[in-house]
Ligand binder design. Sequence first.
Ligand SMILES: Cc1cc2nc3c(=O)[nH]c(=O)nc-3n(C[C@H](O)[C@H](O)[C@H](O)COP(=O)(O)OP(=O)(O)OC[C@H]3O[C@@H](n4cnc5c(N)ncnc54)[C@H](O)[C@@H]3O)c2cc1C
Ligand code: FES
Length: 297
Amino acid sequence: MLYHNESNSMNTISDERVQPCAPMGNPYLPHLATLTTVREEGPGLMTFEAQFQDPEVAQTFTYMPGQFIEVSVFGVGEAPFGVASVAGPGRPIRFSVQKVGLVTTALHGLSVGATIGLRGPFGNGFPVLEHRGKNIFLVGGGIGLPPLRSVIDYLREHCAEYGEVTVIYGARSPQLLVYKECLLEWGQCEDLDLCLTVDRGDETWEGHEGFVPSYLEELNPSPENAVAYTVGPPIMIKFVLETFDKLGWPRKQVFASLEAKMKCGLGKCGRCNCGPKLVCLHGPVFSAEELADLPWI
Ligand SMILES: Cc1cc2nc3c(=O)[nH]c(=O)nc-3n(C[C@H](O)[C@H](O)[C@H](O)COP(=O)(O)OP(=O)(O)OC[C@H]3O[C@@H](n4cnc5c(N)ncnc54)[C@H](O)[C@@H]3O)c2cc1C
Ligand code: FES
């Protein structure tokens, strides 16, 4: 099965699903981009927007929700991040970064106007085109929301093509919920149903308390004409997949995005292997059916 880009030069492996959008130009060479927005999102988390410096790249760089980019800080290194925006000519590319080590700390030190490098897009992304006409359940935890934001915004831009959209999102505490402004807006809009939870609330929290998988079980969504996408910490994904099993969802209707340590991002170095699969090339999105045979956790 192929996505819309059937001439994709990266599609050299035989696999069920392939990359929807191929990297632009030489996949090893970063395109220069200027940071146009740098926003503190929460403890240790920043959101960046960048505009390509080459006007032709800015007009034509495209990607699908769930794909990722390799971001370079010159003189420091490179790291993969899920895109949190929807592609469109001239639109900035958005990604959110949790500060954990060398590259992410260097990124947090940058300001608007700084030049970074961007390679990609890489990976298969969520099969949103295949799932037109279906109800979509998005299940996110913690900083798993940035890649899901790309899916949510994409589905809202194409709402006539999809059924009901439900977002179940949780974090350890109210402070750790990311994209608070978006959550407020999504909570008020009619084209999606937002279900928030925190592991433990505080005096300001009036919403649901409990882990994401337990909330999912309570909500008990129907698998009929539906698919689910989940992004979050591996332990959350494990319990979310088990909950979908318990609720009777066929595994081929449930998809999770994995993280792995990466170098090349395009299936050459073997750094991201997970059993016989390469997360950068065959993933990062896998169905629960595929994950049942992989040593991913
Ligand atoms: C497909 C994909 C999408 C991702 N999307 C996002 C995102 O949207 N936002 C975000 O903040 N992070 C995301 N990550 C994780 C991000 O790539 C790592 O946090 C980053 O590479 C760390 O780089 P560093 O140089 O700062 O850390 P390093 O100095 O290399 O390492 C610091 C610590 O982070 C761990 N680490 C390094 N790389 C990874 C990794 N890939 N996954 C998990 N732990 C790692 C190391 O083991 C070490 O403990 C994604 C990873 C992948 C593979
Ligand atoms: S990161 Fe090189 S093969 Fe996946």
